[in-house]
Write a protein that binds this ligand. Structure first.
Ligand SMILES: [Zn+2]
Length: 680
């Protein structure tokens, strides 16, 4: 065998196990524990999947060490080995462990690095098995060889089972889509390669070639696509994280901040009273993507949850996602249903050793105004999302579903300085992170902060101008390509932002004010749907995005769902008859606040862990848009009617939690069950 592993032997295995355990712990620490679906078997599988990586690392180091002259080796085994191991672990752990480079085109250097890592893993496994076999008597050695490979294969059975539906869908041309779990793709390729090496040691360079097609990431860009015209519209969902509802829409005496976005809203349906499922990304996004609450599908999306991407993929749409928010990432399950998903853990957003970042922390205002600190330190900017989206949209198969998630409206608001208004005052600069400390949990943001907050709002508005410029270019490209008219476009936000409303700064926490729960929501239907553009003032929820999209496309509704199919409303049918209550939520220690909006009313109630409801306040939004005045004593009937709505919502949520476990049935089984009277 080409690699010397003897000096490290079992010690290497022990260290690898230890590192694997640390890794697993980190994985669990990153919120996987919150996923109800993660059981012991799942955790063990993750651990097993991490092992080849640890072994690969040691093989990578073993190779140069084995090539060194004898007298230099001991030195290497000390500090050099440890340093290299640590650096590579950080590198591989960060890149590969998070699955960030998955389904994304990577640089040649990155590809070589990954192939080297996989090859190392395969050889290390072969070496380890052979090393053990050599220490056994001949017959036992042979038994060991076969047994070890069998055991290793069995480790992958559960994951292979998970990958099977993907295979059955016949998307084989994309080698990277063979495997649903990133670990599986690598580990299976490494195992196959190692098996070849173990059986035919002399062909090991050839065996490594096996990795090229199997590993898939080297050529994971889609093959040239035939642009066959499709009867079915493309779907484009653009989520602008943290965009307040009041920053869109034309109002007298106020300049239009986002002309390109306004033009899209004008072309279709502008929902002037839309509410998010929750007041922050982690708890709102599950509702938007699955039309079920975070209590049902988890903060890390449960694999059982059906996302919009899954609905559309299963109906024949090609699915592509680009996200700048680390909470909307493969790591938290948001790549479910996407054939191609690029998140913020992506290769190209990785910047090493950028000292300017430190300046941005130590002296944020100084660093920003001198162009030292830019928002690129914090997230992938909309300009990069736009560039990638252009490429994706150009090559996308039809019909396609494209999801874009931008972060530019989220703090720390460091827009290009050319977009700041003329009366901007650099001396009033308030850093976003200082701002967040002003009003946590509704501590009063006082008048002494007025100038700072005004400065912050100017930067926030400039970020919207920047976002609009970039998205406008994307829309123009789509118009020029002739695809715009037949594209169904959603523009929305996952939550708003408070600039002192109710004493709150930012979003999240116990903030249930309209500034954070109300969001912009616009729908541009495909032209062939013949829908008349207009403003809809009926309260709606972004829970409705999934059912409405499916309704407009003529696809079966999601079940279960907390959202409504608004396609009838969009088509102009009378919706006023539906007394709609929209429920949003905010977290509090040991429970949550539920905010229920119906007609002009907003009722806030507190729900504790034992399910007890306590009414906090009742507001009439048309006369009190910031919900400051409590009217519950004056309107006891309204109060109890809305309380009933909240209880109804909780019952729906409870039922949805159990129904999500219902198996997904194919049409034939469903038909058989129907005949037996089991399903509707
Ligand atoms: Zn967010």
């Amino acid at each position: 065998l080409p690699i010397e592993t003897r000096p490290d032997g079992w010690k290497a295995v022990a260290v690898a196990l230890a590192i694997g355990l640390v890794w697993l712990t980190v994985e669990l620490g990153h919120g996987l524990v919150e996923n109800r679906a993660l059981d012991v078997a799942d955790a063990l599988w993750r651990f097993a999947a991490a092992l080849p990586w640890q072994l690969a690392l040691f093989a990578l180091f073993g190779l140069p060490i084995s090539l060194l002259p004898d007298r230099l080796r001991p030195g290497w085994r000390g500090a050099g080995f440890a340093t290299l191991a640590l650096a590579t672990l950080v590198f591989l752990g960060a890149r590969v462990g998070e699955g960030g480079v998955r389904r994304e085109q990577i640089s040649a250097l990155g590809a070589i690095g990954q192939i080297a890592a996989v090859a190392g893993g395969a050889v290390a496994l072969a070496a380890l098995f052979a090393w053990i076999a050599r220490r056994l008597p001949a017959r036992a050695g042979r038994v060991w060889t076969w047994a070890s490979w069998t055991v290793w294969s069995l480790l992958f059975v559960p994951a292979l089972d998970r990958a099977a539906p993907t295979l059955a869908l016949g998307r084989l041309p994309y080698a990277n889509q063979l495997f649903d779990a990133p670990e599986l793709g690598f580990a299976a390729a490494a195992t196959l390669c190692a098996a070849v090496i173990a059986l035919r040691p002399r062909v090991w360079p050839l065996a490594l070639l096996l990795l090229l097609p199997l590993q898939g990431r080297v050529r994971c860009q889609a093959e040239p696509v035939a642009q066959a015209a499709s009867e079915r519209p493309d779907v484009l969902v653009i989520l602008l994280d943290t965009l307040r509802a009041d920053h869109l829409g034309r109002r007298e005496g106020r300049p239009v901040l986002a002309p390109a976005l306004e033009a899209v809203f004008d072309e279709g349906i502008r929902f002037s009273r839309a509410y998010a499922p929750a007041n922050r990304t982690l708890t709102s996004m599950p509702g938007i993507m699955t039309s079920l609450s975070v209590q049902t599908v988890g903060r890390r999306l449960s694999p059982e949850a059906r996302t919009l991407a899954e609905h559309l993929r299963d109906a024949g749409w090609a699915t592509y996602g680009i996200s700048a928010n680390p909470l909307v990432s493969a790591r938290l399950g948001y790549d479910q249903g996407f054939e191609w998903f690029s998140d913020s853990h992506d290769w190209t957003s990785f910047r090493v050793g950028d000292l300017r970042r430190i300046a941005g922390v130590l002296a944020p205002g100084f660093a920003y105004h001198r162009g030292v600190a830019t928002s690129e330190f914090y997230y992938r900017p909309v300009s990069e999302i736009r560039r990638r989206a252009s490429r994706v949209l150009r090559d996308a198969k039809r019909p396609s579903f494209v999801y874009l998630h931008t972060m530019d409206m989220h703090g720390p608001y460091l827009p290009p300085r050319r977009l700041l208004p003329a009366d901007y005052r650099a001396e009033d600069f308030l850093s976003y992170f200082s701002f967040l400390r002003l009003g946590p949990e509704g501590a009063l943001v006082g008048p002494e902060h007025e100038a700072g907050i005004a400065n912050l709002r100017q930067r926030y508005a400039a970020q919207l101008r920047f976002t609009d410029e970039e998205l406008g270019r994307l829309f123009d490209e789509l118009r020029a390509s002739g695809r715009w008219d037949e594209t169904l476009v959603w523009i929305l936000s996952d939550h708003g932002e408070s600039f002192g409303e109710g004493g709150f700064a930012g979003h999240g926490g116990s903030n249930a004010t309209p500034s954070v729960l109300q969001v912009p929501l616009g729908l541009k239907p495909p032209r062939s749907a013949g829908i008349v553009p207009r403003v809809v003032a009926t309260p709606v929820s972004t829970y409705d995005v999934v059912p409405t999209t499916l309704g407009l496309l003529g696809l079966p509704p999601p079940r279960p769902s907390l959202g409504l199919d608004l396609s009838g409303l969009v088509r102009g049918e009378d919706f006023a008859a539906v007394e709609r209550a929209v429920v949003s939520q905010a977290d509090i220690p040991g429970g949550r606040i539920l905010s229920c909006v119906r007609g002009p009313w907003k009722l806030d109630v507190q729900l504790d862990r034992d399910g007890r409801l306590e009414v906090l306040s009742l507001h009439r939004l048309e006369i009190d848009p910031d919900a400051r005045i409590d009217l519950q004593k004056a309107y006891p009937d309204v109060r109890s009617a809305l309380e009933t709505e909240v209880r109804r919502y909780l019952e729906q949520e409870r039922l949805a939690f159990f129904r999500r476990y219902e198996p997904r049935l194919d049409e034939r089984t469903r038909e058989q069950l129907r005949r037996l009277g089991y399903v509707e």
